[in-house]
Design a protein around this ligand. Structure first.
Ligand SMILES: Cc1ncc(COP(=O)(O)O)c(C=O)c1O
Length: 411
């Protein structure tokens, strides 16, 4: 933000002597709606289908590897850009899965989750006033990420039912000021998996406008109905124009470990490592050792992950449809966007409040994935990365939704 832009003073701030210590940056942040829904779910003992973390155990072999690493005293700082065996394992995994070659010495940075990877990448490549193209609806962190970089968001709508974008609208979003496009495929919240044809449109625009692609690929292995994930970096001309952000969180069901990584050409990696070093120094050293075991798991691990999540997707879609929701069937990630227009509520927030307080199930209001809070108000997002018993409990409760209009307690 330029120095001339003033943050509006909120009524709660008038006369607040501590305002001096609140940066303009943070005053524009709102509390994470997803975490707020989790807080409400706990308060009302609701089944939490809001926040995207598994309530089942992580794979035994990687938990054991983490315990062994602590016992073997991998307890001090790892090399700032990541323990060498872990960077080697990441390089081997990309070669095995996508025939992509990354040099562990100059092109791989281990960081604290994809969250740090994304902000480190953006801080490394943007200057204040640069424009970043983002598909909307979008994962909520990208908004504050852009604010922290003082970059301007240019939003391009993904249109239901299949969450496709209009190539002309995307072209209009690009300009000489475009520094990067953020692409999240498989996509949270829509479940969209971008096809090669759509990726080509994006790749061509990046090359025409000399822009980077920063890709968030944390759901790479969670794809359904034969869809496949294609890293944008595999398209002609995109290898050195793509900053690929990924993480152990979703693929290995360890969202609390906070281990992610960024793959990028040496000049980009050089800047990203500088930001990363001063932001966090490094990710947890013993967990990076366990990451070597995780990224060396056989293909059968990923196949089982996919099959299991597809079963959960089908189960939850059935529950939702039987309860009167119209579902947009996801082809990837572990969320289902559903349309609530038929329930006759004024908006998504009042619907979710009713669901949490009277039905006992939490989800995320669709508007939280849009920059304009008047958009997405007929949508809500359910996540299904939960034990079958959790999903069944949610299904049982959701069945009561049609017979319980606003204010009529179901439990
Ligand atoms: C699209 C997307 N990117 C990043 C993250 C956060 O990843 P990490 O746990 O690796 O920081 C999430 C978490 O839900 C997500 O959905």
């Amino acid at each position: 933000m330029s120095a001339s832009v003033k943050t509006p003073v909120r009524s709660a701030d008038i006369g607040n002597p501590r305002l001096r210590f609140r940066s303009q940056r943070t005053s524009q942040f709102t509390e994470s709606v997803i975490r707020e829904m989790t807080r409400l779910a706990i308060e009302h003992d609701a089944v939490n289908l809001a926040q995207g973390f598994p309530d089942f155990g992580a794979p035994e072999e990687i938990k054991r590897a983490a315990q062994d690493a602590i016992a073997a005293d991998f307890n001090q700082y790892a090399i700032t850009w990541g323990a060498k065996p872990f960077r080697d394992a990441i390089a081997r995994k990309y070669q095995r899965s996508y025939s992509l070659d990354y040099d562990p010495e100059r092109e791989i940075t281990v960081c604290c989750g994809a969250t740090e990877g994304m902000i480190a990448a953006l801080l490394a490549v943007t200057n204040p006033g640069d424009q970043i193209v983002i598909f909307e609806p979008y994962y909520e962190n990208y908004g504050p990420d852009a604010l922290l970089c003082e970059a301007e968001r240019k939003l391009v709508r993904l249109q239901p039912p299949d969450w496709t974008f209009d190539p002309d609208e995307l072209r209009r979003a690009f300009s000489a000021k475009t520094k990067a496009i953020i692409l999240n495929s498989p996509n949270n919240p829509t479940g969209k998996v971008f096809t090669r044809a759509k990726l080509e449109v994006i790749a061509n625009l990046c090359q025409e406008f000399d822009a980077l692609a920063i890709t968030d690929e944390i759901y790479e292995h969670i794809v359904y109905d034969g869809a496949s994930h294609i890293p944008l970096a595999t398209l002609p001309g995109m290898r050195d124009r793509t900053v690929l952000v990924n993480s152990m969180s979703k693929t290995y069901s360890v969202t609390g470990w906070r281990v992610g990584f960024v793959l990028a050409a040496p000049d980009l990696t050089d800047s990203i490592r500088k930001v990363h070093d001063f932001l966090t120094v490094g990710a947890a050293a013993p967990l990076q050792q366990a990451g070597v075991v995780a990224l060396s798991l056989p293909d059968s691990y990923y196949e089982r992950l996919r099959v299991e999540y597809q079963k959960r997707r089908d189960l939850v879609s059935r529950y939702l449809e039987q309860s009167g929701f119209r579902c947009y069937r996801p082809l990837g990630a572990y969320y289902i966007m559903s349309d609530i227009s038929d329930f006759g509520f004024v908006d998504d927030l009042s619907f979710i409040r009713h669901m949490i307080e009277n039905i006992g199930v939490a989800a995320v209001p669709g508007s939280s994935f849009f920059s304009d809070s008047n958009a997405g108000t007929t949508l809500i997002r359910f996540c299904f990365c939960k034990k079958y018993e959790t999903l069944e409990k949610a299904g049982d409760r959701l069945r009561q939704i049609q017979s319980n209009p606003v204010g009529a307690p179901a439990r």
